[in-house]
Design a protein around this ligand. Sequence first.
Ligand code: ATP
Ligand code: MG
Length: 426
Amino acid sequence: MIQTVRGTRDILPSDMPLWHRVEAVAREAFRRYGFREIRTPIFEKTELFARGVGEATDIVHKEMYTFTDRARQGSEGESLTLRPENTASVVRAYIQHKMFADKSPGELTKLYYIGPMFRRERPQAGRYRQFYQIGVEVMGSSDDAAIEAEVMEMLDWFLKELKITNTTLLINSVGEPASRAVYLETLREAIRPNLDKLCGDCHHRFETNALRVFDCKVESCQTVVATLPTITDSLDEASRQHFEQFKAHLDARGIAYTVNPRMVRGLDYYTRTAFEIVGHDGLGAQNTLVGGGRYDGLSETIGGPPTKGFGFAFGLDRMVMALSEAEAESLRAADAPSIFIVFLGEAARAHSFVVAQQLRAAGVAVAMEFEDRKMKKAMAAADKSRATYALIVGDNEVATGKYGLKNLKTGEQESLTLDEIILRLN
Ligand code: ATP
Ligand code: MG
């Protein structure tokens, strides 16, 4: 028996209503806040991620699915990678399609995406090798902190609409590249005497980008991290002011947050604002739902014009896990047919096909089975389908054009014409 590859999984029909709900609420949020969808390819040139995400990140360093494409005549096969995240691709598309052209100074490009990402990490609950993200990117020439606060407001609405209430918004500023370079030296000096207490990955991080040590999930490393100077202490003045404005905009919108000076995000391209939303219910150890931040340098890193950017991504897998039991149950219940047709006899069977066709044409979700059965067996099948009503068709109904409509919850039964039934269900 051939099974799914480690770290991948099937999303079964019983879970799909939950996925659809999260996607639908996200799309509604994006509609309200003026985001439009973009779909980029699932694989790109490896160089895009190497440069865009950064060689020093865990993602590029050890998590990418990279392969060499078949060689074409006269040229070697190029190195391709299954996308580990979507921001670099969206910024690539923004540059490639010159979305920055013909823009007024304040005009923003607001995009969102939904789709699978691929990272070769250790699989566990809430951590997969193929997982799904929904994310947004705001690009343009403005880096107003109000842009960031508005995106936070949208996330706040989104979570409330899904009734995911027990979450914490963590915010920080990682400053400008220039101030960060100075800070990184201070940080390396502070880490150096503790180097022997850090894990192998952190040794690598120390060499390539010491800031990433804050990201380490190994407990002994976290003990060292707690003693290190934070980036907040050496922020440049412009970034400090930007952070103050961001917080003021959040306050004005009534959005609660916690400043965490040790929260730096896993990607190299972040500047200034970084944030995470952490969930507390049903998630276990993998409790980061949303991650995002500002990335003013990314466009230039991959060969584009100077562009300011801000965005986030959330894990759809984890967002579905964060739905409450009650919410999940009611979503599953709503995923049943409205009517299950029960017919008795050969003539009624033929008539039922016409009735089903008419009901479906009128927008009703109809289930029926094709075998002629005794009433009791047929009603058991109707119950099993979780339909709201059973529609009973026998010889008498065929003759009169009135059908028995039985509410399967209350047991109440009425005799109605097809038009009356359609009215009832719409
Ligand atoms: P983590 O710290 O959990 O590894 P990350 O910093 O790598 O997260 P991002 O790259 O910012 O995460 O991705 C944003 C969100 O995507 C995460 O907060 C999480 O909800 C989700 N996510 C990331 N990696 C995975 C994965 N392997 N499986 C499921 N969801 C994931
Ligand atoms: Mg990760």
